[in-house]
Design a protein around this ligand. Structure first.
Ligand code: PHE
Length: 344
C-alpha cells in the first residue's frame, strides 16, 4: 500500500494554472477541460489512485483531491465565463449598427404636375378668401346643360361633344355644373373655386385630350361687377404667370354668363413680342369668363335683383403646360416616369 504524496496535488494545481493562463479561445478551453476533468484527466487519475492508498489515509487523501477538484473547477467555470463574455462582446461589436453610414433611402414619388398646378391655383384663391367646392364627374344632364341655360339643340349637347350614360346622365363636359350645385345648396355670399376632371369626345393630339382638368371660379354677392372679375383675373394671371403678365379680354358667348369673354394672358414664351406658341399674337387664351346670367341665378333660387356674380373656367393643362414649358398634353396621361420624375 502506498503512502500519500500531497505534493503531487500541488504539481497538478500548478500545471493547471500554468495551462489555464494560456487559454484564449474555446478550443484551448476544451483541451484544458479534457486534460484535467476528462475521463483520463489528471483529477480522474488521482481519484483512480485513491484505491491503492492505505485505508487510514484514504479519507484525508480523498478530501484533498476533492478540494483540489473544487478549486480547479471553480477556476475553470470562471475562465469559461470570461471567454464567453469576451466572445459575446466581440460579436456585439461586430454587429453594431454604424450610424455614420448613409441610409439606403426610400424612393419618394412626386405630385403629378397637374395636381401641383391645381394646388397652385387653390393657394392663390384660398389667399383671397375663396373656398374649394367639388362635384361629381358623372353628372345630371340638367346640371351640365339645362340649368346653365344651355338649351336643347345647342351644339355642345350633341353626342359628338358629350359622353352620355343615358338621356339624363353624362360625363360632365365642364366644371360649371358645380356652380349649380353650390348655388342650389347655399345662399350668397359665395366665393368658391372647383377644380376637377372633365370629359369630351375629342381625339387626343398635342393640345387635345378626352379627359382634362378645369378650375371653375364662382363669386355671387351683392354689388359684384365686371370690374371685380377683371381685377380678380389680373391678380390670378400675375400670381400664376409672373408679375409682368397682362390680360386681354375678348367678347365671347357662353349661355350661362352675360356678358361673356375669353381671356388671354401675355405669352409666357415671348413675353408679348410674338412667337409660334402665341401664333404671333403676343397673347395666349387661357380661360372663359363672364357675369353669371340672371337666368342661372334664378334657376338656383337666387334673386338676380339682389345679387350678381361672376364666373370663370380655366384649363389646368393649359396653365401647367405654360408653367413647365410642356409641348404635348398627352405626356400628362402616359404615366412615363422619365417625364414625371422631372417635377420633383
Ligand atoms: N365652362 C366653360 C368652358 O368649359 C368655361 C366658363 C366657365 C366660361 C365659367 C364662363 C364662365 O368652356
Amino acid at each position: 500500500m502506498e503512502q500519500i504524496d500531497l505534493s503531487k496535488l500541488e504539481v497538478i494545481a500548478a500545471k493547471y494554472f500554468a495551462q489555464a493562463a494560456e487559454v484564449h479561445d474555446t478550443a484551448a478551453l476544451e483541451t484544458l477541460r479534457l486534460a484535467f476533468f476528462g475521463k483520463n484527466g489528471d483529477i480522474k487519475q488521482l481519484q483512480k489512485g485513491l484505491g491503492s492508498v492505505v485505508a487510514e489515509l484514504r479519507p484525508q487523501y480523498g478530501q484533498a483531491i476533492n478540494e483540489l477538484k473544487t478549486k480547479l473547477e471553480s477556476d475553470f467555470v470562471a475562465l469559461k465565463d470570461k471567454l464567453e463574455q469576451a466572445a459575446h462582446r466581440a460579436k456585439q461589436a461586430s454587429e453594431q449598427i454604424d450610424i455614420n453610414l448613409p441610409a439606403k433611402g426610400t424612393e419618394l414619388g412626386t405630385l403629378h404636375p397637374i395636381t401641383k398646378t391645381i394646388q397652385d391655383m387653390e393657394h392663390i384663391f384660398i389667399g383671397l378668401g375663396y373656398e374649394i367646392a367639388e362635384g361629381p364627374e358623372i353628372e345630371w344632364v340638367k346640371n351640365n346643360f339645362d340649368l346653365l341655360n344651355i338649351p336643347e339643340g345647342h351644339p355642345s349637347r350633341e353626342f359628338s361633344d358629350t359622353f352620355y350614360l343615358n338621356d339624363k346622365i353624362c360625363l360632365r363636359t365642364q366644371t360649371s355644373p358645380v356652380q349649380i350645385r353650390v348655388m342650389q345648396n347655399r345662399k350668397p355670399p359665395i366665393y368658391i373655386i372647383c377644380p376637377g376632371k372633365v370629359y369630351r369626345p375629342d381625339t387626343a393630339d398635342a393640345t387635345h385630350s378626352p379627359v382634362f382638368h378645369q378650375v371653375e371660379g364662382l363669386v355671387v354677392d351683392k354689388g359684384i361687377r365686371m370690374s371685380d372679375l377683371v381685377g380678380t383675373l389680373k391678380y390670378m394671371a400675375k400670381a400664376l404667370f409672373g408679375a409682368n403678365t397682362e390680360i386681354r379680354l375678348r367678347p365671347h358667348h357662353f349661355p350661362f354668363t352675360e356678358p361673356s369673354c375669353e381671356v388671354d394672358v401675355t405669352c409666357w414664351k415671348c413675353h408679348g413680342s410674338g412667337c409660334p406658341t402665341c401664333k404671333g399674337e403676343g397673347f395666349v387664351e387661357v380661360l372663359g369668363a363672364g357675369m353669371v346670367h340672371p337666368k342661372v341665378l334664378k334657376n338656383c333660387g337666387i334673386d338676380p335683383d339682389v345679387y350678381s356674380g361672376f364666373a370663370f373656367g380655366i384649363g389646368a393643362e393649359r396653365v401647367c403646360m405654360a408653367h413647365y414649358d410642356i409641348a404635348d398634353i398627352r405626356y400628362f396621361s402616359e404615366n412615363n416616369l422619365r417625364f414625371l420624375a422631372q417635377f420633383k
